[in-house]
Design a protein around this ligand. Structure first.
Ligand code: SAM
Length: 282
């Protein structure tokens, strides 16, 4: 083993993973797409040098961005995912028999093709008959809808490059418009730990709270993301993420998860003081 993948998290801190081989490298219209194989994290996907997911810990991110809102909404049938071309969020949603339709809006078709070929355990349900893939910028796509989706999941890259528009006030306002009167938005909310990431958290929160009456932040431990401490947003027109959680109903579905459970669901909204302060500063 002589190849090493390194993502810099700050000027002086980074994550390095020893790589056994590079499975794919290609420049799409939008970004550099790479897939590597490693002993410790299995295969992993990087976009423009930033870690997107590894086979070893992707279940944490995908379970938390999907099951938290799914366990709160009483009847989520029509769902939109923006980004998420790897298919991990689709896979988790497809486990619910009640889900009737999923629109996946991914700007980069090449991400989908590469993940289908090299990350089949993540992309496993992209061909499910309930899934329709739209290759389009999510910022433009969302403008067309009013009172239409039960749940929107924003599974985007970071707030720069093609993902930048998915962190704007205009985008969150249009998500609100596209959701039904009891709709929920879940989104990846960056990491609170290093100063640059923390300022992104503050900015995302500041923008999302102007568009939704209820916005809460929840957390998970994701080893391959900067600092390992990751946040998600839960924004809603009606439901409270903890008071409206029906534990029994979700448990009766019998879904086998490895990270998510209803006890952790409640606990994930209890934030460390420094994160509460970060969000309160907004
Ligand atoms: N879980 C990952 C993370 O936070 O590191 C995100 C993974 S997923 C691969 C992110 C996807 O969002 C990428 O495939 C990217 O092409 C897509 N994306 C970025 N900007 C987008 C936009 N404006 N509209 C739709 N998809 C977008």
């Amino acid at each position: 083993m002589n190849l090493v993948f390194t993502e810099k998290h700050t000027e002086n801190v980074g994550l390095s993973i020893g790589v056994t081989r590079q499975l794919y490298s290609g420049q799409s219209e939008f970004q550099l797409i790479e897939v590597f194989e490693s002993e410790d994290f299995g295969r992993f996907l990087a976009l423009d040098g930033f870690m997107m997911l590894t086979e070893k810990d992707e279940f944490i991110y995908h379970e938390m961005i999907v099951h938290v809102p799914m366990a709160v909404h009483p009847n989520p049938r029509n769902i939109l995912i923006i980004g998420g071309g790897d298919g991990g969020a689709v896979r988790e949603l497809c486990r619910y028999k009640s889900v009737e339709h999923i629109d996946l809006v991914e700007i980069d078709e090449q991400v989908v093709q590469v993940c289908k070929e090299h990350l089949p355990t993540v992309a496993s349900d992209l061909d499910d008959s309930r899934v329709k893939i739209h290759y389009e910028d999510g910022l433009r796509y969302i403008r067309r809808f009013t009172d239409y989706y039960d749940l929107i999941i924003v599974d985007s890259t970071d707030p720069f490059g093609p993902g930048e528009g998915l962190f704007t006030k205009e985008f969150y306002g249009n998500c609100n418009k596209a959701l039904k009167e009891d709709g929920i938005l879940s989104n990846q909310h960056e990491s609170p730990f290093y100063p640059l990431d923390a300022s992104a958290v503050r900015q995302i929160h500041k923008r999302v709270i102007t568009s939704f009456p209820l916005c809460r932040v929840y957390q998970a431990h994701i080893p391959t993301y900067p600092s390992g401490h990751w946040l998600f947003g839960f924004s809603s027109k009606k439901y409270h993420p903890v008071k409206d959680l029906d534990c029994q109903k979700w448990e009766e579905l019998g879904l086998k998860t490895r990270y998510y459970n209803t006890k952790l669901h409640k606990a994930s909204f209890a934030l460390p003081t420094y994160v509460e302060e970060l969000i309160r500063e907004v």
